[in-house]
Write a protein that binds this ligand. Structure first.
Ligand code: CUA
Length: 311
């Protein structure tokens, strides 16, 4: 699936407000730069040393000039302060104790995405209804991570032991790419995430599908995979709702086949790539927390067949 990976062009009210402020401040800076450079060049040329001229007249203090260069920057800072304040009101509005629609937890190196009201957990993909602000509670399971989806606005740190809140909104349906923006260890670069903005109807359908418990596989190989999943060490780290697997050290796999990527964005989610990942996750994403289990080829194809049924 090809997606627009551009990070330019705001696609939310918050991102638009930030871009406007950035544009205004860049313009201010350019004007100040031009004025300072202009006055400097003028002085260098106009007051340069000329042959036969003695020492220039010494000037000590100039009250009017000093007042001007104190008041002008102060006024400019006040203007910037008001503009920043107005931007903040759009980007970081009051939450008024509204419960979060989703709880996002940064892990080394993936994102746990929990929808507490709908009662399910997924990973590395956030679905939101288009045009509706969604409150996210940001947590970290280990070190400091940083949530950032450039087209949708501001960054926000995920700090261990502290809840941060962020309002996420998208103007148009689409897939918006994001990444962890705080260095957090070996695979920081492969701690990607995607925000998928959908029409309210599509979003509701997606939520319903995610909240459902997938039916047990019917096909022989997949059935064998389901059995092996419970027997092997998979269950020590992963959860699949409706089965005995309840751990949450690794991503919840209840609907893994419905996701776009594997390994927090390192691979597209295809059968070939899932096989590649299970064959040796350390070869695909060195340092990640999933060990190389050297699965037998029978187990490997059974597990792949089973996971592929988890739509
Ligand atoms: Cu998490 Cu960088």
């Amino acid at each position: 699936m090809s997606i627009d990976t551009s990070i330019f062009g705001p696609a939310s009210p918050g991102a638009e407000a930030i871009l406007r402020l950035f544009g205004t401040l860049t313009l201010f800076s350019a004007l100040i730069f031009a004025i300072v450079l202009g006055v400097t060049l003028y002085s260098v040329i106009r007051f340069r040393a000329k042959p036969g001229q003695g020492e220039p007249r010494q000037v000590f203090g100039h009250t009017r000039l000093e007042i001007l260069w104190t008041v002008a920057p102060a006024a400019l800072i006040l203007v910037i302060g008001v503009l920043s304040f107005n931007t903040l009101r759009v980007v970081d509005p009051a939450r008024n104790d509204q419960p979060p629609e989703l709880i996002l937890t940064g892990h080394q190196w993936w994102w746990e995405v929990e929808y507490p009201q709908a009662g399910f957990v997924t990973a590395n993909e956030i679905h939101i209804p288009v045009g509706q602000p969604v409150w996210i509670q940001l947590e970290s399971a280990d070190v400091i991570h940083d949530f950032w989806v450039p087209k949708l606005g501001r960054k926000m740190d995920a700090v261990p032991g502290r809840s941060n809140y962020l309002r996420l909104e998208a103007d148009a349906p689409g897939v918006y790419v994001g990444a962890c923006a705080e260095f957090c260890g070996a695979q920081h670069a492969w701690m990607r995430l995607r925000v998928i903005a959908q029409t309210p109807a599509e979003y509701a359908a997606w939520q319903q599908a995610q909240a459902a418990i997938p039916p047990p596989p019917t096909e022989t190989v997949a059935l064998q995979g389901a059995k092996r999943f419970q027997e092997l060490t998979c269950v020590n780290c992963h959860a699949i709702r409706g089965t005995g697997a309840q751990a949450n050290a690794g991503p919840d796999l209840t609907h893994i086949a419905s996701r776009q990527t594997l390994g927090a964005g390192v691979l597209d989610n295809t059968t070939a790539n899932l096989t590649k990942w299970l064959t040796n996750p350390q070869a695909v994403k060195p340092g990640n927390r999933m060990p190389h289990f050297s699965l037998s080829s029978t187990d490997l194809s059974a597990l792949v067949a089973y996971l592929e049924t988890l739509r």
